[in-house]
Design a protein around this ligand. Structure first.
Ligand code: ATR
Length: 295
């Protein structure tokens, strides 16, 4: 590890819990490989996150990632918010400016890059989103921006699915884009109403996350038979029950590990005003695979 001195730039991730985070491994690998004088640390916030961000700014911290449960709350603490983060209603990256931190959302950048690499395009597709929380909202806004033909949001609490559908519609009206898109909100048990057999589904709930790895929000084979591609935003375990059920029906399935790596790369690029060369991205992926962190 490089020597830490008086000029070392300090960055980190705030959240609670953050002990399980893979982000320090990613950022410190990149720092080492790029020969930069920077260190990235986990900061578990137990008190008021707004005060924590204020304190971080006063301490000269150059940038931070924000994770559960602060991605929305932190929007109150920034001096400016990037337009996409504003639409999504969540910030996962803070970049220091002269007047405070500017908030960005690189989760969606990461997900888009993962899909692009896997050859999955969203324009004109029928998309299903499972869940209506923060991750689902970011995914829904991405789908609307990328011109899907139908968007069906299924959630345990149907009212929350309806609220999210209304937020996406309002956002489309504002932007005057994707006006032909059909949006529907359903309860999880209403999946039989899905028309067609070629859906791309994004699993955006916390169900299936270790240690609840034997669960999936929908387990019926008839649901998985309606899909052509299944994307779980969870990355631990590497193969979730949702992915197993999809693969059992011959449906292509992927997890969120590449999304995590690519959102980190996008944050690193924002903090350092650079584009990380493809070769270093591949080295990073190799390192994380070797460490058993992604796959
Ligand atoms: P995140 O920011 O990761 O999206 P969140 O905002 O807390 O987290 O959202 C969690 C999502 O997982 C919600 O859609 C939640 O459904 P409800 O809105 O009905 O609560 C969903 N979820 C969590 N536990 C669930 C369970 N046991 N069964 C079905 N859905 C569940």
């Amino acid at each position: 590890m490089h020597e830490i001195g008086g000029n070392t730039r300090v960055l980190g991730v705030i959240g609670n819990p953050v002990r399980h985070t893979m982000s320090p491994k990613i950022h410190n690998f990149l720092t080492e490989r790029l020969g930069q004088d920077m260190v990235y640390l986990p900061f578990e916030v137990h008190g008021d996150v707004i005060q924590a961000v204020g304190g971080a700014y006063e301490l000269g911290i150059v940038g931070m990632n924000v994770t559960v449960p602060y991605k929305s709350a932190v929007m109150e603490a920034v001096s400016e918010t990037d337009a996409e983060a504003c639409r999504i209603g969540a910030v996962n990256t803070l970049v220091r400016t002269d007047t405070g931190y500017k908030g960005y959302n690189t989760d969606v950048i990461g997900l888009r890059r993962e899909l692009q690499e896997a050859g999955v395009t969203l324009a004109g597709e029928q998309v299903v989103i499972l869940g209506a929380g923060g991750a689902a909202r970011a995914t829904a806004m991405m789908c609307a921006a990328d011109g899907v033909s139908t968007l069906c949001i299924l959630n345990r609490n149907r009212e929350k699915a309806e609220e999210l559908a209304a937020a996406v519609r309002a956002c489309m009206l504002q932007k005057d884009t994707a006006s032909g898109m059909y949006i529907q909100a359903l309860g999880l048990e209403e999946y039989e109403q899905l028309q067609g057999k070629e859906h791309i589904v994004f699993q955006c709930t916390s169900v299936g996350l270790s240690p609840w790895e034997d669960e999936a929000v929908i387990e019926a084979r008839t649901f998985y038979q309606k899909l052509k591609c299944a994307v779980d935003l969870i990355y631990t375990p590497r193969q979730t029950k949702f992915m197993k059920l999809a693969e059992h029906e011959g449906v292509r399935a992927m997890n969120g590990s590449k999304m995590l790596v690519y959102q980190a790369i996008a944050s690193y690029e924002l903090w350092n005003g650079m584009t990380i060369p493809e070769q270093i991205v591949n080295e990073l992926l190799g390192y994380l695979t070797e460490e058993g962190l992604i796959g």
